[in-house]
Ligand binder design. Structure first.
Ligand code: CTP
Length: 398
């Protein structure tokens, strides 16, 4: 018997589609596999199946409204207790609301508050599924890290055949099992992440910096927190917001990052250095704004500490991962850094033509002493999940 859900807490969101009746069978299977199952139904779902069906199967109350017992704040409590969430059948309406942050019933409110893996299993008429709005909304959700369990082709309620049938019970079960595994994959581990650029000032208003926005490190911090890690994010100057639930400490200069890293990254279980640290800083910082003159300005630059190399020298049991921003000879350069800084793995980021900076897509490859894995081109949130999967496997086989 599959034991992956034994003792797990899962939350099912049932929307108003004819496939809602199939969720009774899935609920029963989940309970038989040892999971504790909470069910939220939308008001429309109640037209297809009664809450009593689910409460009988789960031996727990079923939630249908924000207003049943508002003093218990059900939308927050339910998502905090769950390790993984499955929305099935997910209607075009609920998918659209989720993609746009609309929270007008218990399910959509709970989903907005969720910080655990969420799988979405659409089921609807083929034309609705293939409508550009639905396609775009699902693309948005995938890019944000939601798992979309694709519907199947088959006989639909309209008595015609097409794409839009709810995925099989086995695939829905699998999506929840993977969600719970993801949620617990870093449980109890301390993860430190450096992210963003540094700014090295040569007068009170001018500085030397670079194009980093910290997007990759922020995505990794969010994904690590979602997987149950105790995350510390050391974040440089950026307009991007650090993730909710992550301890974030700010730096401006390489020297400040250096001090923070020695305090907060040494001794962690996993450290990932994505920060784009200036290798040099101006030797002098003028107290007042430098006035222009007709002469050229010469700013002498001195070396900054190599934060990652120092973490490598104090590595202990930490699994240490660096990033290499490369424009040429990617693999050779990255492997040289892997060895020199005593890293367990290094991620190569191709930054030709300013690629790889800012939110959006990126192309990454992971290198370690025994091999290489291409992580492909994808949204940074998806790459963060793929990268952590690989790092967890590498660390376990170390
Ligand atoms: N790094 C650091 N402190 C520095 C410089 C870099 O912690 N002063 C880290 C970065 O966060 C990254 C890795 O080291 O994880 C990059 O190594 P580095 O040798 O600086 O490579 P590049 O920045 O790619 O630069 P270069 O090719 O010029 O060596």
């Amino acid at each position: 018997m599959d034991r992956r859900l034994e003792g797990a807490r899962v939350l099912l969101g049932v929307c108003g589609g004819i496939a809602a009746y199939k969720m009774a069978s899935l609920t029963s299977a989940l309970v038989q596999h040892g999971a504790t199952v909470d069910v939220i139904m939308t008001p429309e779902a109640e037209r297809f199946v009664g809450p009593l069906t689910f409460s009988s199967l789960t031996a727990r109350p079923v939630y249908t409204s924000l207003w049943d017992a508002p003093e218990r704040i059900p939308h927050i409590r339910l998502v905090r207790e769950a390790q993984a969430i499955l929305v099935a059948p997910a209607t075009a309406n609920t998918i659209a609301k989720l993609a746009h942050g609309i929270a007008d019933d218990l399910l959509t409110t709970a989903l907005l508050a969720a910080r655990v893996p969420v799988a979405i299993a659409p089921a609807m008429n083929t034309a609705m599924y293939e409508h550009p709005a639905t396609i775009e909304n699902l693309t948005t959700l995938r890019a944000r890290g939601y798992e979309v369990v694709e519907p199947e082709r088959g006989f639909l309620a309209e008595r015609e055949s097409g794409v839009g049938r709810l995925a099989s019970e086995e695939r829905l079960f699998e999506a929840l099992a993977l969600g719970v595994a993801r949620r617990t994959s870093l449980a109890g581990l301390r993860v430190a992440i450096t992210a963003g650029p540094t700014r090295e000032a040569f007068d009170p208003i001018r500085f030397v910096s670079n194009a980093s926005t910290g997007a990759t490190g922020i995505a990794l911090a969010r994904e690590a927190a979602l997987r149950g890690a105790d995350v510390t994010l050391l974040l440089g100057p950026t307009q991007l917001e650090p993730p909710f639930g992550v301890r974030t400490l700010r730096f401006t200069t390489a020297e400040q990052l250096h001090a923070l890293a020695l305090d907060h990254a040494v001794g962690s279980d996993i450290t990932i250095a994505t920060a784009a640290v200036a290798d040099w800083r101006p030797a002098e910082r003028a107290e007042s704004k430098r006035k222009k003159s007709d002469d050229d300005l010469l700013v002498r630059m001195v070396r900054n500490p190599d934060v990652l190399a120092e973490l490598g020298a104090r590595k202990g049991a930490t699994f240490l991962v660096g990033f290499a921003a490369e424009t040429d000879d990617h693999e050779a350069n990255a492997r040289e850094k892997l060895a020199r800084k005593h890293l367990d793995a290094i991620v190569v980021n191709d930054v030709r033509d300013e690629r790889g900076f800012g939110p959006g897509e990126n192309t990454l490859a992971l290198l370690w002493s025994g091999g290489r894995r291409d992580l492909g081109t994808a949204e940074k949130s998806l790459l963060a999940a793929r990268l952590l999967d690989e790092l967890i496997a590498l660390r376990e086989n170390r």
